[in-house]
Design a binder for this molecule. Sequence first.
Ligand code: SF4
Length: 450
Amino acid sequence: MVSAQRLKVNLPDSPPPQVIHDAVCPACCCLCDDIALTVRDGRVESVENACQHGRAWFLSPPKENVSAASIDGASAPLDAAVAAAARVLRAARYPLVYILPDMASEAQRLAIGVADWLDAVVDTATSGGHAPSIMGFQNAGKVTCTLGETRNRANLIVFWGTNVVKTYPRFFTRYSAEAKGMFVPRGRADRTCIAIDVAENETTRSVDNSYFIRPNADFEVLNTLRALIGGIRLDADRVVRQTNVPLTAWTELAEQMKQARFGSIVFGRGLMHSRGRHANCETLFRLVAELNDHTRFICRSIRAAGNITGGDKTMTWRTGFPFGVNLARGYPRYSPGEYTADEVLARGEADAALIVGGVASERLSNAAAAHLARIPAVYVASRHEPFTVNPTGQAAGTKIAIQTAIHGLQSAGTMYRMDDIPLRTRAVVPSPLPSEADVLRMLEDHLRGG
Ligand code: SF4
């Protein structure tokens, strides 16, 4: 019989945990880069400095499926799946490449290269989210700055149509309201925080003063503030009827904005997607520019999770346009309401699709998702698209799925923070799966080979 002591002596020592400092959390567009991770036996054991969303992202990643590739539901070697993907996409007359945000900008660049080889329509998740802000920016320009500058300088912050306290908790504590900065050393005590929204939420309850406006009245409110800042007299009855808030309250806010040492308007989907959409954003950008006649003022849009800002940057770098680009004629054509993934699918035009870096059906209208389910499609992502394969092969076209390593956890690359700052994510745990960039590089080689 072997003694317990002897057993203990013969057992190999379990490797000590590895502590990784200053890791980037890719779970939302804040990309907090001060996360400490303890990694043991190939998985993250503990997370420090992250909010509850970030902790959950690192501690409960999606289940990994090591049979990484499949063709029509049957497991296939990676090479065979990529070759089949190239055949399917090359055979299409009007292919779509849809770039989603769970991937590095290096992979986004390769996806645009693939679209170029295919003469495809190429679009990103921005078309279904942040597009109104981009279009407003194209019309009016934008006065903005980095999150670091807001943190160090802003003594008035207006949260407009965004519940950051709930969705991005550390935006509130690390970059804005509660953060201590160079010129606001006491943090929250040195700042005035205001919220403009249609209903009470966690953010309106955390600020000094809230304005509850009529739904879809953002355009009217923005123009009320522009008029007051420009010294134009307004009809008090009309203002309260249109905005739900008395003129005296708007006059007080306009004065507060002019008197701020450094002001910031942080806006979200509530403003971007209410009636007016890109006209709201354009009017906001004009309001902020006009405020700079009186003081220093900027605006900052809150983006969705993942590398969505990187998609805009990479698309603009490679095609000259931020989203919704048609490469069918061999040169880029941009038409925001025409060449988006949702439009070309919902109109039944795309006859094959490459979906990369996320789950497309979560972002598409019912008509677009239904058409995507009917056509041949290649999915390259760490999360599988919930498509159904018709065993008769009649209704659904060929479906090729290639599972990739989880970006920011199992594979490294560049991501862009919401303020356009690029940050490098790390592969903190190993994975046998390829990255999106690995797969797209193989696919591009096939397409290039003719
Ligand atoms: S705020 Fe966003 S980036 Fe920061 S820890 Fe939370 S989920 Fe991660």
